[in-house]
Ligand binder design. Structure first.
Ligand code: NAP
Ligand code: MG
Length: 492
């Protein structure tokens, strides 16, 4: 595949503006933002730089859609059918979207294709769930009937990152729309083309005007304007803890709720009795997938001391064979998202080396990968001293930190020894021990003898501690995007 087979037309259309009421409108913000292909290190498209007036118009359009427009009058069944049609449209356009996503993010084509399957599945899952969200009746005093219902908020704001743009689009908008909210989304400036294209597909399948509005642009402008907008009733944010603080503060000022998904430093805990044939490929993939730019990346490899050498031998052997390349080379990983991220990741490497942390293995950047691309050869360091920045900070790059532990209690202590608490993996042939550890680890999701970085639409997902709060994915996300109302009726 040559670069010219990428769908240029779709990317050019994106430059036209902001997507409000199912139409492209010129942005009133300052000019455009260049869109860079990370595997090439060059600009290949432009997007509008949406500003506060664009966010205003988008929020108004959403408000109108939910209170007076066609969207607000649809039954749950009808909303669900539209979402399922959107899922089908994404599936029908999967190759086009995967090419666009791959060029925008640099990820290997196989990952971009898998992402489109997941993006479609979000709309299928939430579309089919829309009419299955029930309230309850509650026994109360004689002469009363008490019922609960889950009521849409109204207008929901959504801010997503650049690492899995199409998946994030489905993950955040799917449940919000299923519950009947009208939405305004600010995608990440570094990768937002699939969001813009999927919004067009939504209009194409008959999504009513104002249900999905997209304001691309810079975080500090379009993003901040959305987070602070007094016209939104709830905000969902996925991104860094720093910006998460800003979002939660803005939400507090407007007295609205928020769901925050903010990174992690997820441990993979390997006991000596683990089945290494199963574990090792998963352990390596969990950090290499998406060049380590996955919030749930398994970035800390905690190994029982007695098995450390054996496990490391197998992991190192695999790591040394890893190769980074362009989307069309379709290797183990692509580049990181931009020059700044590459510098940041390499800064972690220099600091680790200055601290004397041993570099155990390094993959390669494939021959033929453009010199201007933001490639980083994957690395494994170990044993990383506890408390070293490589052991506790989120790098968001292809680097695995190996750390030995003494026993079960030490494993739990070490696993919980970061500010984060998103996902964890426990690998052991002893079911009782794996269960005990799974229950003691502070994480929103724990896998036993498996690991699913990014997978599992059905599985409630979210953080503890600095990883955020609230839950996305699964049925829980539907509850997140609605307010519970209790209706008390006295009939005698
Ligand atoms: P980020 O800087 O926080 O950006 C995330 C989103 O927020 C982008 O759309 C960004 O827009 C926007 N934004 C930036 N500044 C803003 C502001 N002042 N007001 C409102 N919006 C603003 O994070 P990132 O560097 O792109 O993404 C990496 C981080 O996200 C990592 O920490 C990672 O772990 C986390 N993450 C978490 C999850 C999860 O589910 N827990 C998933 C993926 C990523 P611009 O990009 O246009 O500036
Ligand atoms: Mg890009």
């Amino acid at each position: 595949m040559s670069a010219s087979t990428y769908p240029e037309a779709a990317t050019v259309q994106a430059a036209e503006g902001v997507f409000i009421d199912n139409r492209w409108e010129p942005a009133t913000g300052r000019g455009t933002v260049d869109v860079v292909a990370p595997a090439e290190g060059r600009v290949f498209a432009r997007i509008a730089a949406g500003g506060k007036p664009d966010v205003d118009r988008a929020v108004k359009a959403a408000r109108h859609a939910v209170e007076e427009g066609h969207w607000g009058r649809l039954s749950a069944l009808e909303r669900g059918r539209l979402l399922m049609k959107l899922g089908q449209a994404i599936a029908d356009h999967a190759e086009e979207l995967a090419l666009l996503e791959a060029r925008d993010t640099g990820k290997p084509m196989k990952q971009a294709r898998a992402d489109m399957v997941a993006a479609a599945r979000y709309f299928e899952f939430y579309g089919s769930a829309a009419d299955k969200v029930h309230g309850e009746t509650i026994p109360f005093l004689p002469g009363y009937l008490v019922a609960t219902e889950r009521e849409r908020f109204g207008v929901t704001g959504h801010i997503i990152p650049w690492n899995y743009p199409a998946q994030m689009f489905g993950r955040t908008l799917g449940p919000a729309l299923a519950m009947g909210n009208a939405t305004v989304l600010k995608p990440a400036e570094d990768a937002c083309l699939t969001s813009l294209r999927i919004a067009e597909l939504a209009a194409g399948v008959g999504m009513p005007e104002g249900a999905i509005n997209i304001v691309p642009g810079l975080g500090g402008e379009a993003g901040a304007a959305l987070a602070e907008h007094p016209g939104i009733d709830f905000i969902a944010f996925t991104g860094s803890p720093e910006v998460g603080v800003f979002i939660q503060t803005a939400a507090a000022r407007n007295h609205i709720g928020c769901v925050l998904e903010l990174g992690g430093k997820s441990p993979q805990i390997v006991f000596g009795d683990a089945d290494l044939d199963v574990a090792v490929p998963v352990l390596v993939n969990a950090i290499v997938q998406n060049a380590g730019q996955t919030c749930s990346a398994g970035s800390r490899l905690l190994i029982e001391q007695s098995a450390y050498d054996l496990v490391m031998e197998r992991v190192i052997e695999r790591f040394a064979r890893l190769r980074a390349g362009t989307p069309e080379m379709d290797l183990d990983l692509g580049p990181v998202i931009n020059a700044k991220q590459k510098k940041r990741v390499e800064g972690f490497f220099s600091r680790a080396e200055a601290d004397g942390v041993p570099l155990l293995a390094m993959g390669q950047v494939a021959e033929g990968a453009p010199a201007d691309g933001f490639f980083v050869a994957p690395r494994i360091y170990g044993p990383v001293p506890r408390g070293n920045r490589l052991a506790v900070d989120e790098v968001f790059g292809p680097v695995l930190s190996a750390i030995p532990f003494e026993d079960e209690a030490d494993a739990v202590r070490l696993a919980n020894d970061t500010d984060y608490g998103l996902v964890a993996g426990v690998w052991s042939g002893n079911g009782a021990r794996a269960t005990r550890v799974a229950r003691k680890v502070q994480a929103g999701q724990v896998f036993v003898n498996a690991y699913g970085a990014g997978g599992g639409i059905e599985l409630p997902f979210g953080g503890m501690k600095k990883s955020g709060h609230g839950r996305e994915k699964g049925f829980e996300a539907l509850y997140e995007f609605a307010a519970l109302k209790t209706i008390v009726i006295k009939h005698d």
